[in-house]
Write a protein that binds this ligand. Structure first.
Ligand SMILES: [Ca+2]
Ligand SMILES: [Ca+2]
Ligand SMILES: [Ca+2]
Length: 259
């Protein structure tokens, strides 16, 4: 390959990668339950209980109801009556997650979307979320980072206006977010400094953004109310009208009424 052709190929690859990137969209609600309508039910991890990985720091001491712990992430519901649902442990070390968990899927799955719902009746900095997501395609032998997703820019303040935060992560190019995924890892970080101010979990440069937000590392953790993982509908190429037409054709063949 000539140097020019090589350059063109590399440029095309760079463009492809630039176009194909996970993109996160954040929505806020005024109450902890305002965004419950966005929770996905019957998704890929509904009802699954995650495995806690090395480095997981457990739960906040106030979170004592078992149903507010791992089951809460995948129960297809939001904040429970306790008001402590999904409350993670505070004071993780700077740069380290508060919680590290893994979901093992039933089989290789193409993913369309991942959602993370957080919130707090107290409407403070715990409503934000910062999550590192990684995926495996080989049964968990190795993982590849999908992305670092901070719900809001560092410095964002919340003092009573925001009760819930939904981060929706999808592929900006319109294709699958990830293909042939067998296992997913979520690492949830602290988000706040007790002052209601979103900040990243690092002192100095954040290795995932390449930027220093100029704020000391967060140490107050969020309440993770739900984690949704949506599969690409099968077959992946079947769009609504084409599916309907195909189903109608099959029905006609079955009943012998022409093609
Ligand atoms: Ca769900
Ligand atoms: Ca920082
Ligand atoms: Ca839940």
């Amino acid at each position: 390959m000539s140097r020019l052709a090589m350059f063109a190929a590399l440029t095309a690859l760079a463009v492809t990668r630039a176009l194909a990137a996970p993109t996160a969209v954040t929505t806020h609600g005024p109450a902890s339950t305002s965004l419950d309508g966005g929770i996905l039910a019957g998704d890929v991890i509904s009802g699954k209980i995650a495995t806690e990985l090395a480095g997981d720091t457990g739960w906040h001491g106030a979170n004592s109801d078992p149903l507010d712990k791992l089951p809460a992430f995948t129960d297809d519901a939001g904040m429970r009556g306790t008001g402590l649902t999904g409350l993670l442990n505070d004071f993780p070390a700077a740069g380290s997650p508060a919680k590290r968990i893994q979901y093992d899927l039933a089989g290789a799955t193409d993913l369309a979307k991942i959602q993370i719902l957080s919130g707090n009746n107290g409407k403070d900095g715990r409503v934000f979320s910062t999550t590192l997501i990684s995926t495996s395609t080989n049964g968990g032998t190795s993982f590849t980072p999908l992305g670092y997703f901070q719900s809001d820019p560092s410095g964002t303040m919340n003092a009573g206006a925001i009760g819930s935060t939904l981060v929706e992560i999808a592929e900006s190019g319109g294709g699958p977010l990830a293909s042939d995924v067998t296992n997913l890892r979520f690492e949830f970080f602290a988000v706040d400094n007790t002052g209601g101010q979103m900040r990243d979990p690092f002192d100095g440069v954040n290795p995932y953004t390449g930027a220093d937000d100029g704020l000391s590392a967060a140490f107050v953790s969020p309440l993770i109310l739900e984690v949704d993982v949506l599969a690409v509908p099968e077959p992946a190429t079947c769009v609504l009208l084409a599916c309907a037409a195909a189903a109608a054709a099959r029905a006609r063949r079955r009943t012998g009424r022409g093609s």
